[in-house]
Design a protein around this ligand. Structure first.
Ligand SMILES: CC(C)(COP(=O)(O)OP(=O)(O)OC[C@H]1O[C@@H](n2cnc3c(N)ncnc32)[C@H](O)[C@@H]1OP(=O)(O)O)[C@@H](O)C(=O)NCCC(=O)NCCS
Length: 182
């Protein structure tokens, strides 16, 4: 927790499939952050001062297996989570953390960690989390989250091919739903 900051309040998640404009707006900040991590200048600002709509986002909304969530810190909109089934490793997975974002005013307050643990814990199965090579803060973040989320630990591999350049974490989230019946 950064000294002098108030705790942001409970971290909650809500479905975002009908909040596409909010996700697209937050994506502007995401792209701005990622400009530090991409090896080349992938996007140019438009004359209106925005980045162009991210082409991948349209593909995401069309993916029936895609799931979008908004992150709230207290009452405030604080970020988003996009989940799909695209395994950058080329191996099978049940879920892939496609994009994950906490806006800067809410960072280093545990918001990302709480949101990530909630997302993972609610979706048992084999997860894949790919982290771009130059995104060192995210790798620190995901290693800590994965270690806490997966009792059996996580596997990390380094990949450098046309599918992905960076670390790929694979972890199994157990099903903790209560056994009913009898
Ligand atoms: C990475 C990101 C999601 C972290 O969100 P956050 O809410 O700030 O993370 P938390 O406060 O829950 O951090 C939990 C732990 O992760 C690690 N961590 C988080 N941000 C870090 C940073 N910038 N540098 C080093 N470690 C970091 C720390 O161990 C931290 O614990 P600490 O604050 O007690 O030291 C956020 O910085 C972000 O959205 N970045 C831009 C988008 C991005 O990179 N997304 C991930 C794509 S794979």
């Amino acid at each position: 927790m950064t000294p002098g900051r108030e705790t942001p309040g409970p971290v909650t998640l809500e479905p975002a499939h009908d909040r596409r404009e909010a996700v697209a707006n937050l994506f502007q900040f995401y792209v701005h952050d990622f400009a530090d991590f991409w090896e080349t200048r992938r996007v140019e600002l438009q004359e209106d001062g925005r980045f162009p709509p991210y082409p991948w986002l349209d593909a995401f909304w069309a993916d029936p297996q895609g799931e979008a969530l908004l992150i709230r810190a207290g009452a405030a909109l604080a970020g988003f989570v996009l989940i799909d089934r695209t395994a950058h490793s080329g191996q099978d997975c049940d879920y892939s953390m496609a994009e994950f974002f906490v806006a800067r005013p809410y960072r280093r307050e545990g918001v990302g960690r709480a949101a990530a643990l909630e997302v993972l814990g609610a979706r048992p199965g084999l997860w894949e989390i790919a982290v771009a090579r130059r995104n060192a803060p995210a790798l620190t973040f995901w290693r800590a989250v994965a270690a806490d989320a997966a009792p059996s630990g996580f596997r990390e591999r380094d990949q450098d091919d046309e599918r992905w350049n960076g670390a790929i974490l694979q972890l199994v989230i157990p099903d903790r739903s209560p056994v009913t019946g009898g």
